[in-house]
Design a protein around this ligand. Structure first.
Ligand SMILES: [Zn+2]
Length: 255
């Protein structure tokens, strides 16, 4: 077996374990606006359709250019995940080169959160909580409640991919996620018809709701495959990115 293949045997399960609860982290902050870590929160998403129309070719790769086009306030509101991923990868590469493994591994976990988040379709649109389409509350129901109730384990999907550069790799994921977000909104529209108006109004909360089972069942029937596919793909994307960092660092010996 080639050395590179052995790395996958280690890297994929590692990527998998680093995912547990990855989606649980930012959603709270985003919708609650409580306890916001203002330096961190906008690194977990990009409302790509604020910056440009699909397929987002006008979004600048250079962070400085993004800032000068939109200003600090707007980018905090609409997100910078692809640039955050790029920056974190640069840090990982640097740390690996310097053999500071502990810190490198910490940052590999951080980038894992960002990658997981970008695979969540509602992390790539302005309408991230269905607030503009009568789907208020879908973010949390899809990202947390479905995962809690139905997902027992994450199965990796896809293969290790070649990463040209982390930003372009991230934008590829953004485009892919963006194209899928309608499916979630449509499934929500259908599922909330199973509830009364008063019940549906309560979906936009953090509460586990006594009456939500038929709603969740319907949502999972229609989007369960999508949910599992996005999480599984995120694992392989993360493994791909870690591999990229490791190669860029000159393939340092791992313990
Ligand atoms: Zn979220």
């Amino acid at each position: 077996m080639k050395r590179a293949n052995i790395i996958w045997l280690i890297i994929v399960p590692l990527a998998l374990t680093s995912f547990v609860g990855a989606w649980g982290y930012d959603g709270h902050r985003r919708i609650n606006y409580m306890d916001i870590d203002s330096e961190e929160f906008h690194r977990h998403f990009i409302d790509a359709d604020y910056y440009d129309e699909y397929p987002f070719t006008k979004i600048p790769k250079k962070y400085e250019e993004l800032i000068s086009l939109y200003g600090e306030d707007k980018i905090r509101k609409y997100g910078i995940a692809p640039w955050a991923i790029n920056e974190t990868c640069e840090r990982i590469i640097d740390l690996l080169k310097k053999n500071q493994l502990e810190e490198a591994i910490y940052n590999m976990g951080v980038v894992g959160h960002y990658i997981a988040d970008l695979h969540m379709p509602l992390h790539t649109v302005i309408n991230y909580n269905g607030q503009f389409s009568g789907n208020d509350g879908i973010h949390k129901r899809w990202e947390h409640r479905l995962v809690d109730e139905y997902v027992k384990k994450i199965k990796p999907v896809g293969k290790i991919e070649t990463v040209e550069d982390p930003w372009s790799f991230s934008m590829k994921i953004v485009k892919e996620s963006f194209k899928l977000h309608h499916l979630i909104l449509e499934a929500d529209t259908k599922a909330r018809k199973l509830l009364t108006k008063e019940q549906a109004d309560r979906l936009n909360s953090y509460d586990v709701l006594s009456f939500e089972k038929p709603y969740l069942d319907s949502l999972y029937d229609d989007t369960g495959n999508l949910l599992n596919e996005r999480m599984g793909r995120a694992v392989m994307r993360l493994a791909s990115l870690w591999n990229y960092c490791w190669e860029q660092a000159g393939r340092p010996k791992l313990p």
